[in-house]
Design a protein around this ligand. Sequence first.
Ligand code: DHB
Length: 386
Amino acid sequence: IRVPVVIVGGGPSGLMVSHLLARTGIDSVVVERRARAEIYATGRAGILEAGSVRLLVDSGVSDRVLREGDRHEGIELRFGGRSHRIDFADLVGQSVWLYPQTEVFEDLANRRAADGGAVYYGASDVEVTPGDDGARVRFLDADGVEQLVHADFVVGADGSRSESRRLVPESDRDWRRHEYPFAWFGVLTQAPRSADELIYADSDHGFALISQRSETVQRMYFQCDPSERPEDWDDDRIWATLRERVKGNGFELREGPIIEKTVLPFRSAVHAPMRYGRLLLAGDSAHTVPPTGAKGLNLALHDAELLAEALAAQLAGDDRALDAYPERALERVWKAQHFSYWMTTMLHRAPGASPFENARRRGELEAVVSSRHGRAFLAEAYTGWA
Ligand code: DHB
């Protein structure tokens, strides 16, 4: 198979690059190790920035987000037993949409399938060889048949455990990371909504986040030690932990059976360079953010948009177009890195933190919510700097 672009990874960033290229008449092949059903079943975050929604709708992926997603015009910060609303609509005239990442994936996968895009799910033995005059990807398709793709460019969109970024030689890597001494325990529960908007809560016992999925299924998280094991937590212990962290102000958590539990690691990382010759990285293969603030998917879609535009220009003869991609992408990546780090450190109590540090953090939260400028800074970042 010979195409201009081969894409390793069929998650949201890889599929979006493929979709946007197709719209400008450029063929691509997407190679993904996981089966489609497996990707769909992997629970992820649920908040889309206004710009991500616009991209999905305006580029013709789907308008299902507008029909089935929930538009949110604010979030609540809770601390010291009191709640403080951050009113996005009033502060910055923007909103976000609660629409699970798995549905974004489903919309993209359906669109690629309907448009006849070549997407190989369930590929194995994937071998990527970027060369000076083109790239080659060899793999076994889901039926075990060997496939060989020759392309001008290869896009590495294979997620946070990316193998394609390892094609950049050690001596040319500039990987920047930050680790956090905590994780999130995430649950899905069959229960009615406890609130119409998301609640980010800081308490003396640690952080909790109340999010939603539908009328009947809710998503919640609480800060835990990274070594916790889901099987050690029964429903009673989970609910007692969540209740303790969101109580106050007459708030009542509506409980039900827990239907899924996972421990999510926290990490910040940027893996530069995002371009190495004919290899281009997009999404989590190039950068990871901790979940607080839900920036991961939004960044991935933004990378995809910039990269598709740069690839189209390059293939049309502008041989400097791809040079500009990393710089343009990284500008937003670092803003999102800062925002995710800031929300994380402001809202989580590190194990062993001093009384000074915990009181300072409370002061920081007070400073943000008591200032229109502080709330607007948060609102601007949360909704995506539109
Ligand atoms: C969700 C996850 C997040 O990390 C966040 O900041 C907000 C919402 C979610 O899964 O709904």
